[in-house]
Design a protein around this ligand. Structure first.
Ligand code: GTP
Length: 247
């Protein structure tokens, strides 16, 4: 545990500091593309509920609602250019989330892995930690700042750097199943599963680089449904349905 975190006040829950990783698609709600303002507000409110529990929160969001680097490259665009476009999409989502959180009086800071000083702070690890200790939600934008790395990997990297107690991976489903529960009604839910099993069974919780990073740094991944209102706080408190991926 870092010296800074040890000195922070403790809450009554298992997690003192968490990273929420969400895909960009979550923010488009029922739309086909872009941002749905009611959904952004609802997600911001879910984050506020966790902050109100005394848990330090940082967020990594994707950009699939705006631009997917991988699909751009599949359509003939250079992969690096497509990935940089995706990173800009993340920044749009980060600013939307910041705006929604601040409308709820939740202090936030956006830190970008690619400098855009007029828009947000650059990523500085120690500063990000300090912000969280002061109860601010830190939204990490622009992924890792490198092409060929997913936002899942950015999430696992930032969670490692921030000494987070867990990565909360918000998905469409309430955990990890033996098969896609939307397609296979016999799919079984795991309450807990090991990193190795996720990798060897190719369960697609996060990409393999992200899983390996979380595993090496011993950061559990809590997979839960981010589509249900209030579920983030519920799962942080240990209630409801979710899967914990651990060593
Ligand atoms: P402390 O004073 O250390 O608690 O943190 P602080 O973030 O409030 O202080 P700072 O003076 O660094 O920032 C004041 C405001 O300016 C905050 O809203 C920051 O997000 C913003 N800010 C700081 N650095 C930058 C930057 O490089 N670019 C942009 N766009 N905003 C910044």
């Amino acid at each position: 545990m870092s010296a800074e975190k040890k000195n922070s006040p403790k809450n009554a829950y298992k997690y003192q500091r968490v990273l929420l990783k969400m895909s960009g698609e979550v923010l488009m709600g029922e739309k086909e593309f872009g941002l749905d303002s009611d959904t952004v507000k609802r997600v911001a409110n879910d984050i506020k509920e966790v902050v109100d529990l005394g848990v330090q929160v940082c967020v990594v969001v994707g950009a699939g609602n705006i631009f997917r680097g991988v699909s751009g490259s599949a359509e003939g665009m250079d992969r690096t250019t497509a990935d940089y476009m995706g990173m800009l999409g993340i920044c749009i989502n980060a600013l939307a989330l910041q705006n929604a959180l601040e409308h709820l009086n939740v202090p936030t800071r956006v830190q970008s892995a690619i400098r855009m000083d007029q828009i947000c702070e650059p990523y500085i690890r120690r500063k990000a930690m300090r912000h969280m200790e002061k109860g601010r939600v830190v939204i990490f934008a622009a992924g890792t700042g490198n092409p060929y790395f997913t936002t899942d990997t950015a999430g696992a990297l930032r969670a490692s750097e921030m000494d987070c107690d867990a990565i909360f991976k918000g998905t469409k489903v309430d955990g990890v199943y033996t098969a896609d529960p939307h397609k296979d009604k016999n799919a079984k839910h795991f309450d807990q599963i090991s990193f190795i099993d996720v990798l060897t069974k190719d369960l697609k919780v996060m990409d393999a680089t992200a899983i390996s990073l979380a595993r090496e740094n011993n950061i559990p991944i809590v997979v839960f449904s981010v589509r249900e209102k209030g579920n983030f706080a519920k799962v942080v408190k240990g209630d409801g349905k979710f899967t914990v991926v651990t060593n």
